[in-house]
Design a protein around this ligand. Structure first.
Ligand code: GUN
Length: 293
């Protein structure tokens, strides 16, 4: 069994990006500029956004954090998105999700200029992904593809079972694994909360991508010998073992599943660190105008 070290791969990606930015700046160019919009004080969102801003600094990017209270109106947030769309100094921006219930996430995401949508959440980027056109890939699916690529895991012709159908992971990663490319060329099955007898399906999988948000859902008896298991779960549970007072639990019962795998990602230290590296990569692409000119 080989552990897929997302922390190490992400660190390597981030230093490759930092080197490229340093060379751009040395040649008289601008450093890429990412803006992040954070609404409210959700602990998870605060942590993620702080991590993104810190990573920007370490890669030599410029970053701007724009904060609103939970009471912000949809109109105010749409006005902020409009300002960022029109700000030539900002290469890309993200609106951290979830948003308060009185704000339509879809309306906000649709208002973002797709050429600055480094989260890859805008319908134009989602549609272009489906069509196999150049686009901003969403961070988690892109991070998974990067891990499979760097570990030289063969995907062509293999059966990939995706657990979960969210807009930000399950649906886009199933499209990535289906595409005529590497990593890709898989036969893909997507399972979700209404799928009967999931075990029967996961037992046929060569690659399992677990993205349900159901802690320790995937058990040892659901996985065939030699499978590749990618755990996207990051449920925060209270813990006395950590300084922060919580720990991250994956969707995979690691101790049972790992001995059966050829490769497996741990939680934490697997897919999680890759998402920030993927966001930096998209922001660099936005800064270089590589996708949309
Ligand atoms: N909330 C959870 N994951 C993400 C992400 O990748 N981007 C944004 N904007 N919000 C999120």
């Amino acid at each position: 069994m080989q552990l897929i070290d997302g922390k190490a791969v992400a660190a390597r990606m981030r230093s490759e990006i930092a080197e490229e930015v340093a060379a751009m700046v040395a040649a008289g160019g601008r450093a890429p500029h990412l803006a992040a919009v954070l609404v409210g004080h959700d602990g998870g969102s605060e942590t993620y956004v702080a991590g993104k801003v810190k990573a920007c600094g370490e890669a030599g990017f410029r970053s701007t954090l724009i904060r609103y209270e939970d009471s912000v109106t949809e109109e105010e947030l749409l006005a902020c998105v409009d300002r960022l769309n029109g700000d030539d100094d900002v290469d890309g921006f993200i609106v951290q999700l979830p948003l308060p219930k009185h704000i339509s996430e879809m309306k906000i995401l649709e208002a973002v200029d797709f050429r600055k949508d480094v989260d890859g959440f805008h319908p134009v980027n989602v549609g272009r992904l489906l069509l196999g056109m150049p686009c901003f890939l969403p961070a988690t699916p892109a991070g998974i593809a990067e891990l499979l690529g760097r570990y030289e895991i063969e995907t062509a012709g293999r059966h990939c079972v995706v657990l979960g159908r969210s807009n930000i992971v399950g649906k886009p990663v199933s499209v990535l694994m289906l595409r005529k490319a590497w990593p890709g060329d898989c036969t893909v099955t997507v399972c979700h909360s209404r799928t009967p007898d999931i075990r029967k399906i996961t037992l046929q999988a060569d690659i399992i991508i677990a993205a349900l948000g159901a802690p320790r859902f995937l058990r040892g008896d659901m996985v065939k010998e030699g499978a590749v298991v990618i755990d996207v779960g990051t449920t925060r549970v209270p813990s006395t073992e950590t300084r922060s007072g919580f720990k991250l639990v994956g969707d995979v019962m690691f101790d049972e599943v790992a001995p059966k795998c050829s490769h497996i990602t741990p939680v934490p230290g697997g897919v999680g660190p890759m998402t920030i590296a993927s966001l930096l990569k998209n922001t660099l692409l936005a800064g270089k105008k590589e996708i949309y000119g």
